[in-house]
Design a protein around this ligand. Structure first.
Ligand code: GDP
Ligand code: IMO
Ligand code: MG
Length: 431
């Protein structure tokens, strides 16, 4: 059972990219299973920082094959830009090691326009989307009128694009009062994208199975996070896909019996971009300290949109929830180094909701806005942990912080990261 799933346990940006990169060293294939270029995954190797939006983070490791699964939505122009950017930096992105599922859906130019128009029409109740067209393209998928990567191989692909633009122009013009798009011009553009991308299009489910059947190891890379899941997140403040571990099965086309490990990635504190409830958010100096000023590449500003992230104390009620809905077998804690100098460290362990004490998510996470967080205080540390590589290198209070999380969540913490570099990792337990 050599399929491992890497899943975000919070609201995204937990450090999935850098952990995927680390684990990819021992994988034959890394496969992204959901989302689109709303994701921004950072991998730091020496002086090089890679920001990946569509291509799996495994591409940075030379011996892996990278797959973009059927659960993804693909903006072809952005994929080509990413391929060109990586190629220019010496990364092999040829079709022999990068595969695009026939079933992945294509983002067309009207999708970002509709995303923006939807957001504007919501007035104050905006979701704060990345405006990349993610919601509208998954809407078309569910409505069964989307175009898929496999359609790029059809001789009449340009004509299909033409028809799709013509049909959506009515909505752009009549509902939102926007200017119509030029169907002929977009059809030409997409014909040219199809020419370049066709060699990458493949039956990726079959390829994943081939690797698994031959005894190889596949790492499924999640995007976004559990609390942004369309079904199990803080609806309606969610994305339109299935970031949870179950999404890896539908998004890649594999069965549950293949799954060996479900590795949850959690930041040592809480962050969120966009709107929606966040019980432990800190609006004062603690939030500012966790966010950083933007001077460091790892400070809490969106990898995709550059927006400042909302920051707060670690929420164990939500992490317990994530352990349940994903079936986590292992936990990885990232950005432990950022907590240095905060004393005490607060950790939310329960909520008070309508006068009652509750240590699980109340009636589904959509009622989180009524939850008052209750905290346990733990001692902090002042010494730098960035050079720690084993548990014994960590200050006792940092070990205590990790042990508290492990005990509360009841999932073993196998790794903790202490800086963005590939080697800035503390190995805490066996797999
Ligand atoms: P992802 O979307 O889950 O892959 O996470 P992002 O890449 O969007 O955001 C994580 C940010 O934290 C990136 O800038 C990483 O380089 C950085 N990062 C990851 N792990 C650590 C860590 O242990 N310490 C520090 N200081 N930064 C980290
Ligand atoms: P990674 O993979 C953090 C958030 C947006 C918004 C909501 C819906 O880097 O962890 P969408 O554009 O998806 O319709 O926006 O989801 N969001 C993310 N937040 N990290 C991400 O990806 C995100 N992808 C979407 O900010 O609140
Ligand atoms: Mg990110």
């Amino acid at each position: 059972m050599p399929l491992s799933i890497v899943v975000g346990t919070q609201w995204g940006d937990e450090g999935k990219g850098r952990i995927t990169d680390l684990l990819a060293a021992e994988a034959d294939m890394v496969a992204r299973y959901s989302g689109g270029d709303n994701a921004g995954h950072t991998v730091t190797v020496g002086g090089q920082i890679f920001k990946l939006h569509l291509i799996p983070s495994g591409i940075v490791q030379p011996n892996t094959i990278s797959v973009m699964g059927a659960g993804m939505v693909i903006n072809p122009q952005r994929l080509l830009d990413e391929i060109d950017g990586l190629t220019a930096r010496g990364i092999d992105t040829s079709p022999s090691r990068l595969k695009l599922s026939t079933g992945s859906h294509l983002i067309l130019p009207f999708h970002p326009l509709l995303d923006g128009a939807d957001e504007t029409s919501r007035g104050r109740a905006t979701i704060g989307t990345t405006r990349r067209g993610i919601g509208p393209s998954y809407t078309d998928k569910a409505a069964r009128c989307g175009l898929r990567a496999g359609d790029m191989l059809a001789p009449d692909f340009g004509q299909r694009v033409f028809e799709a633009v013509r049909s959506k122009n009515r909505i752009l013009v009549e509902i939102y009062g926007l200017a119509p798009l030029d169907p002929e011009q977009i059809a030409d553009e997409y014909r040219s994208h199809a020419n370049r991308l066709s060699p990458y299009v493949a039956d990726t489910s079959a390829q994943v199975h081939r690797v698994l059947r031959s005894g190889g190891r596949v790492l499924a890379e999640g995007a976004q996070g559990t609390l942004l899941d369309l079904d199990h997140g803080t609806y309606p403040y969610v994305t339109s896909s299935s970031p949870i571990a179950g999404g890896a099965l539908t998004g890649l086309g594999v069965g549950p019996r293949e799954v060996d490990r479900v590795i949850g990635i959690a930041k040592a504190f809480q962050t969120r971009v966009g709107k929606g409830p966040m019980p432990t958010e800190q609006l004062g100096p603690v939030g500012d300290m966790l966010r950083g000023t933007g001077e460091n590449p790892w400070d809490e500003y969106g990898t995709t949109t550059g927006r400042p992230r909302r920051c707060g104390w670690l929420d164990l009620v939500l992490l317990r929830y994530a352990a349940r809905v994903n079936g986590l077998t292992h936990l990885v804690i990232t950005k432990l180094d950022v907590l240095g100098s905060l004393d005490p460290l607060r950790v939310c362990n329960a909520y008070r909701v309508a006068g009652q004490l509750i240590d699980s998510v109340p009636f589904g996470p959509h009622t989180l806005d009524q939850a008052e967080p209750l905290y346990a205080d733990l001692p902090g540390w002042t010494e730098s942990v960035t050079n720690a590589r084993t548990a014994s290198d960590l200050p006792p209070t940092a070990r205590q912080y990790l042990e508290f999380i492990q005990q509360q969540i009841d999932v073993p913490i196998v790794l903790a990261s202490v800086g963005p570099q590939r080697e800035q990792i503390v190995r805490l337990g066996d797999w």
